[in-house]
Design a protein around this ligand. Structure first.
Ligand code: NAD
Length: 470
């Protein structure tokens, strides 16, 4: 094993896809050494190696990495594999005192969550201080962080009820939960867990109590064969006559039309670029900068090809891969809308809406307290307003929200993880301070898994039509 500097943190990235690449980028920029990459797709693994980790060894299976963990001097792994490959590697690496930055979800069933709880207890009994931190990145956002602080500082009095909506834009829903990785819940995970575990987690964080019951209603109404326009073909590029379909694969992945429409509604230079290219589509192929926007070089097109985005690679993906399929006959079994009512032990009630038919990607929230109301939007910019019952004023709380996605939050969680890893490496591992600090981290992990439990029980309630008690 290479001699390592006391400050050096050696990390392996499991999954060189969208999420793994983001963490590799931030962690390497923040000073971590990315020493290994695991991906069954060697093109993706090599692309990540070239861009962010030139020294990394490549593995196609995480079990092979596990065997080489000590010779690589691994301190931590980032698990950004598909949902069904989270639990086992998280348990195996942490058993060997290798810390884990784990993409959500932790597990795919209530019994898996129980197993993880048992695993953590048993690790701590053995004085194993491996950290397991789940990527609920929204906890690191300025917006949701401020809500939590306002509640903690009693600005709205006691929390009474929460109305929270996760509005997923229609084309994002079609991309991820119809054509994409989560199109079939049994082969991946229910959308209420895959997409809304963040939201259940936030609601629990704000309610400040364990939940006692969930009751959910939701249906798949949009992406069904009977909703397909007459004459639609099984693939958009197989001569489908509906080139103006909202979900047309060519206009989504080659032209990036839905993204441009969404960006055009926001502010800043990207918004102007989007407006110009929507208004004068012909410009895209002629002016030098606009030419770079064809084929659309950003998400979601980046997720459908393994290597570089080019017209050829996108066309191959659309002609033979899952993203070229007609959304109406792709066979998704995920509800495109669902409302969950949650009852907490401390009397707080909440409604969590999954809306997969939104014009805009944004979360909205309204929290009623005994002394005031907090209301806000997070996504495509955002706002947060506090109104106190005894006042006629509205206080605008300044918040920073990315125009698209949550890169600032991804950067923040990477920095926090690295910071904690450095603490673990440099301080005396047996001091009471480290034990207390690991207990705090485990308490957060417990809360996060409560959010997962809520999501899984909400899905059970949706499927059975019953209220589910904890
Ligand atoms: N925290 C968040 O905000 C957030 C957002 C999106 C996705 N996620 C989660 O992140 C995880 C990864 O999602 P993604 O969007 O990066 O997916 P992705 O498909 O882009 O990446 C997954 C990678 O894993 C590789 N892979 C698949 N099976 C493998 C196996 N058995 N062994 C080795 N490699 C394998 C694939 O080739 C791919 O490169 C998912 O669990 C998802 O739920 C979290």
């Amino acid at each position: 094993m290479k001699e390592k500097a006391s400050e050096e943190v050696r990390i392996a990235i499991l999954g060189a896809g969208d999420r793994g690449s983001i963490y590799a980028r931030f962690l390497s920029a923040q000073g971590a050494s990315i020493v290994a990459i695991v991906d069954s797709d060697s093109v993706r693994a090599r692309a990540l190696q070239t861009n962010h980790a030139p020294e990394a060894r490549l593995f196609s299976r995480w079990k092979d990495l596990l065997q080489n963990a000590s010779s690589l001097g691994l301190d931590a792994v980032v698990i950004a594999l598909p949902d069904q490959f989270h639990m086992e590697p998280a348990m195996e690496f942490s058993k060997r005192e290798i810390s884990v930055l784990l993409e959500k979800p932790v597990g795919l069933s209530v019994s898996e969550l129980d197993r993880m709880q048992g695993h953590i207890k048993s690790m701590r009994k053995k004085e194993n201080h491996a950290l397991i931190m789940v990527c609920h990145v929204l906890r690191y956002s300025d917006f949701f962080g401020k809500i939590r602080t306002l509640i903690e500082h009693n600005r709205i009095g006691e929390v009474r009820s929460i109305l929270h909506a996760e509005n997923v834009s229609y084309f994002h829903f079609a991309h991820s939960y119809v054509r994409g990785n989560w199109g079939r819940s049994k082969q991946s995970s229910p959308v209420l867990l895959a997409k809304c575990s963040h939201d259940f987690d936030l609601i629990g964080w704000f309610a400040g109590s364990e939940f006692k019951s969930v009751q959910c209603s939701g249906e798949l109404n949009t992406f069904l064969p009977e909703k397909a326009p007459a004459g639609a073909t099984d693939r958009c590029l197989n001569g489908c006559p509906h080139s103006d379909c909202l979900f047309h694969a060519g206009s989504t992945y080659l032209d990036g039309l839905p993204l441009k429409r969404e960006l055009a509604r926001s502010r800043g230079w990207l918004s102007w670029m989007a407006r110009i290219s929507l208004r004068w589509p012909g410009l895209i192929r002629r002016l030098p900068y606009f030419r770079k926007l064809y084929p659309w070089p950003y998400w979601p097109t980046t997720t459908i090809v393994s290597g570089k985005v080019s017209q050829e690679s996108v066309l191959v993906a659309l002609k033979s891969g899952p993203y070229g399929r007609c959304v109406y006959t792709a066979g998704s079994d995920q509800p495109d809308h669902a409302d969950t009512v949650i009852h907490f032990e401390n009397g707080v009630t909440a409604i969590m809406r999954l809306n997969g038919n939104s014009y805009q990607e944004a979360r909205t929230i309204r929290i009623e307290g005994s002394a005031g109301t907090l209301e806000g939007r997070f996504g495509q910019g955002g706002h947060l307003v506090l109104r106190l019952h005894g006042s006629s004023e509205s206080e605008k709380i300044p918040v920073t929200v990315d125009q698209a996605g949550h890169l600032a939050e991804d950067r923040a969680i990477s920095a926090e993880f690295l910071d904690q890893m450095r603490k673990l490496r440099t301080e005396n591992r047996n001091t009471q301070q480290i034990v207390d600090w690991i207990q705090q981290a485990d308490a957060i992990l417990h809360q996060v898994m409560e959010g997962h439990r809520m999501a899984l029980l909400a899905e059970r309630s949706r499927a059975t039509g019953r209220t589910i008690f904890r």
